[in-house]
Design a protein. Structure first.
Length: 487
């Protein structure tokens, strides 16, 4: 059950949107009786007292104070239409006054007074009330309880002082609200990023604001907000910042003024949905589409090229399981890695992305078992590095593999082989450029924790989709380097 204020006539309750504080009744006997008298609950049982809560609106400064001389040592702000009983409060004061802590003189208590008598029994003359000092604590008590004083001048002064305190309290709440709104302006989020295109591209990797809005429209029906005070745009921005900048959860949480656990929740729940949607951009193009967008540098010997392939490794933490440790160990990288086969179309878009494989698996084996060969048709040409020795497997599909020439025990290559290899390397290098763009997302430059390895496929798909949304690494009118060589 949410906490609710125990003051008569106060309907404040503790909610997520409420900025109020709720306080228990003090345990100290003297102060507890002061509080109970102030809220007109002097006869409450111990059970009622332990379950009661008092909201911060009943304190002048908006919070309680432990200083007996402070006006908020006892709650004093109440609805003036709800009058409190005076007799029980002053009887307690008379019984507990001593020495320098005396608040009201004992002469102000009428021992023969009874709460059941007429209102005349509660009337107190000017001689019955002695104001010992102008300390704020005493002033707050007098403003909280309707003390009938015949002297109209004192009465008017008290009314004016109460009104002034009330207005200052309202002003204080307004200032606090303004401070909160001002802080929100300087908290990093979508409101800051959307107006700065350079900053937007830096933190997301997307080319335009429209691309961000389009991506959000794809996933908005399949996700929910994890943190209620963050918009859908902020949730998507958190995931993209995690990918592009490779920041820790604590760093991102500090920027968005939330706790790190929410960053983890957002990343783990949103990333698979984003990958499922943006993965639709990684498609194997038709031959007609390839021909229509074929760059000039592929004309001639590579006019039938459908893909350029290569593998890339992503470092991961060393697994504790011995089998997993052996399967992910890369002798080339001298670390535990996950390997991916990437294929790009001649126009520069990522057209094939395998699932993750252990770093121990060779490039040839990944190519044969990843489903890449199923994409090929008769007459297709595939470009690769000299490490891919799968000519026979491609020939069985009617496709051709072109790799740089290998000396194979010879002292040197022929002039024709050198020229052909140079031309091939010039067009094959575009797959390296695409992999370089993928690695600009700094999460791929970090060592992936074991707990996040299961999301690595989604990470790669999302990043590859974002790369496809950007300008191609290959221009349509790119020329080969060999065309500039002297004849």
């Amino acid at each position: 059950m949410p906490d609710s204020c125990c003051v008569i006539g106060c309907s404040n309750r503790r909610t997520r949107k409420s900025r109020l504080s709720f306080y228990r009744i003090p345990k100290a006997s003297n102060r507890r009786q002061l509080w109970l008298a102030a809220i007109n609950r002097p006869d409450w049982s111990s059970k009622n007292i332990s379950n009661a809560r008092l909201c911060s609106q009943h304190f002048i400064t908006g919070r309680r104070s432990k200083d007996p001389k402070h006006p908020d040592y006892v709650p004093s702000v109440f609805d003036r239409r709800k009058r409190l009983k005076v007799s029980s409060y002053y009887k307690f004061i008379a019984q507990n006054q001593s020495g320098s802590e005396k608040i009201l003189d004992s002469d102000c208590i009428d021992e023969t007074a009874d709460s059941t008598e007429t209102t005349n029994s509660n009337n107190m003359t000017e001689q019955n009330v002695q104001i010992l000092s102008q300390e704020p604590f005493q002033f707050a008590l007098l403003t909280a309880i309707q003390v009938q004083i015949n002297d109209e001048t004192i009465k008017r002064q008290l009314e004016q002082a109460y009104t002034e305190i009330y207005h200052k309290n309202e002003l204080l709440h307004d200032l606090r609200r303004q401070i909160f709104e001002t802080k929100r302006k300087y908290i990093f989020g979508w409101n800051n990023v959307q107006h700065d295109l350079k900053l937007f591209r830096f933190v997301t990797g997307l080319p335009t604001i429209e691309a961000f809005s389009w991506l959000l429209s794809l996933i908005v029906d399949n996700v929910t907000t994890v943190k209620k005070n963050l918009s859908y745009e902020d949730h998507l921005l958190i995931v993209l910042i995690k990918l592009k900048l490779g920041l820790t959860n604590i760093d991102i949480a500090y920027r968005f003024a939330i706790t790190p656990i929410f960053i983890s929740y957002i990343y783990n729940r949103w990333l698979p949905v984003i990958a499922a949607r943006i993965g639709q951009l990684i498609i194997w193009p038709s031959k007609q589409a390839i021909t229509e967008n074929m760059p000039a540098c592929f004309s001639g010997n590579y006019s039938h090229c459908v893909a350029i392939i290569d593998c890339t490794d992503i470092a991961i933490e060393r697994p504790s399981n011995l089998t997993a440790k052996a399967q992910t160990w890369s002798a080339y990288r001298h670390s535990n890695t996950i390997k991916y086969l990437i294929g790009i179309a001649p126009a520069g878009a990522v057209s094939f992305l395998s699932t993750g494989w252990g770093g121990k698996v060779s490039d040839n084996e990944i190519t044969l078992r990843s489903g890449f060969l199923d994409k090929l048709q008769k007459g297709d040409v595939v470009l690769a590095d000299r490490g891919f020795l799968i000519q026979k497997e491609l020939a069985s599909r009617g496709a051709i593999l072109k790799i740089p020439a290998v000396a194979k025990g010879r002292k040197q290559l022929s002039v024709k082989e050198v020229d052909t290899s140079r031309e091939l390397c010039h067009v094959r290098i575009y797959v390296e450029h695409v992999i370089g763009r993928l690695k600009k997302f700094k999460i791929l430059q970090t060592t992936i924790p074991i707990t996040q390895v299961q999301l690595l496929d989604d990470v790669m798909i999302t990043i590859a989709g974002i790369v496809n949304l950007n300008r191609s690494v290959v221009t349509k009118y790119a020329r080969t380097r060999s065309s500039h060589l002297p004849e």
